[in-house]
Design a protein around this ligand. Structure first.
Ligand SMILES: C[S@@+](CC[C@H](N)C(=O)[O-])C[C@H]1O[C@@H](n2cnc3c(N)ncnc32)[C@H](O)[C@@H]1O
Length: 251
């Protein structure tokens, strides 16, 4: 569905929030506490390097707090903010400081943090510009913003593996890349998660318009443990599943 049309529905905030309340248990069981190879082999190491040395870090959309805990173990003071109470209940239980709020209206003073992390969140968020403005506001000048996304070039509406029976091939189908769109995707049996697709330029231009300057971009290949999980993943070894953007708040 077209993103602007979705945003005109009065009930859209409830649709998004309810989805994460309902699916928090699914997320925690499949992607946290060492259960997901991409987090263990790739995302956690990138986070430690990308925000290493920061002292006050906001993990926006931090879920159960797994990444904040990695940073806290390295000595940072961290806050896990999320719009899902079910996620935060677990984050609190697992030892994180938590705040229930939306990323579009952060309950912190200007310049409260020298690091902000957003990992695999903005592709579920409708209010991109509001969130980026809030990140810029709560970061002190020179502070770092580490943004990780499912790579938007591959995660388009209708993208996925296609079996070409005539050619005996399997390939990754790309849908319409330039359209801003939201879909409820069935990511597991009866698990529906909202996925917002936008072209990469929307993220980069949205950030730069708010004083968040790109300093480095990474497109890492899937880690070995992921590729080993299924035969078809061998074919996507050279497709970037993850996009890593390192920004700095302009002084
Ligand atoms: C895929 S999970 C990622 C969790 C965590 N960042 C991680 O990498 O383990 C997405 C998280 O974003 C949160 N979220 C979605 N929309 C949000 C919003 N507008 N404000 C704050 N959190 C949001 C969800 O509740 C969920 O916990």
């Amino acid at each position: 569905m077209d993103l602007e049309a979705f945003r005109s529905l009065p009930e859209w905030p409830m649709i998004l929030r309810d989805s994460w309340e309902t699916n928090a248990g699914w997320w925690q069981a499949g992607f946290t506490e060492g259960s997901d190879v991409e987090y263990e082999e790739q995302i956690k190491p990138i986070v430690r390097v990308g925000l290493g040395g920061a002292h006050r870090i906001l993990d926006l959309g931090g879920g159960d707090g797994q990444l904040a805990r990695v940073l806290a173990a390295d000595g940072a003071s961290t806050v896990v903010l999320d719009s899902s109470a079910a996620q935060l209940q677990t984050a609190h239980h697992r030892g994180s400081s938590v705040v229930l709020a939306t990323g579009a209206a952060l309950p912190f003073r200007d310049g409260s943090f020298d690091g902000v992390l957003i990992c695999l969140v903005l592709e579920h968020v409708v209010e991109l510009d509001e969130v980026l403005a809030e990140v810029a506001r709560v970061l002190e000048p020179g502070g770092r913003f580490l943004l990780m996304l499912n790579h938007p070039i591959l995660q388009t509406p209708g993208s996925g593996f296609i079996d070409d029976v005539d050619l005996g091939e399997q390939y990754w189908r790309l849908g319409p890349y330039l359209r801003e769109d939201i879909q409820m995707e069935e990511v597991d049996a009866q698990i529906f998660v909202p996925f917002v697709h936008r072209p990469l330029s929307r993220y980069l231009n949205g950030a730069s318009a708010r004083g968040l300057m790109l300093v480095r971009m990474e497109e890492p290949p899937p880690p070995p443990g992921f590729v080993a999980r299924a035969e078809e993943y061998l074919q996507v070894q050279e497709y970037p599943r993850l996009l890593v953007l390192h920004f700095e708040r302009r002084p």
